[in-house]
Design a protein around this ligand. Sequence first.
Ligand code: NDP
Length: 241
Amino acid sequence: MPLTVVTGGTRGIGAAVAARLAAEGHDLVLGHRSDTESAAATVASVREAGVRCVSVAGDLTTDEGIEALLSAADELGPLTGLVNNAGATYRFAPLAETPADEVRRTIEVNLTAPILLARAALQRLDRGGVIVNITSGAATIGSPGEYVHYAAAKAGLDLLTRGLGLEVADRGIRVVAVAPGLIATELHATTGDPGRVDRMAPQIPLGRAGQPAEIADAVAWLMSEAASYVTATTLRVAGGR
Ligand code: NDP
């Protein structure tokens, strides 16, 4: 039975990934920061698929947060996969108007935390293990006027995917990334622009925002044996953007 850790696995894209992986028979450890209501609801619905599932609250920008997540996985059995999905944007603003501590937090949650989680996962994964990093179309667009530091962090995560994928290829472990485009989740409203998805959707070549389930399908494929020859690369799922 595969055992996968999904960070930020209780809401938005992460919850869709959890539902999809549960349908494929993965036992799951779902990380989140503080929204216990979403966590309880997602765990309950995932368990309906007949797999084991626990949620772990903790801030992944701390060593304790990372340790708590991996310890929970160690209790369930040998780890087979990690989905580095948790991320945050905090505010839309030009860099000069973004507080320095927020820039640091953005880099820590979107880049440092997934690197340290990958490190901890690699101390546990065997041949056949898979790490999927959720990056962003922002990594190539650059997101001027919105959050260039977030885009830079996601570009770093794409390069981490490349380098680490090559580093562990001879262990039979795959490291891949999915770069979502504009996806309809609460992230835009919590960052301060609830109308962003509707406003930007017409600019997407496919004419609409993506749904979390469309990212989850890509993640599930990359984690499956069907993608056994895919590593050290990023799959963009962005409606052509
Ligand atoms: P949401 O805001 O809907 O959910 C974010 C999840 O991450 C929540 O479960 C949240 O926990 C968790 N989280 C946030 N910060 C921390 C932290 N410091 N420690 C632990 N957990 C944390 O985001 P989305 O589903 O929209 O985004 C998921 C990923 O996809 C992110 O990496 C994002 O950058 C990326 N992405 C999203 C796009 C979009 O358009 N939505 C586009 C491109 C990339 P809690 O519920 O407790 O708050």
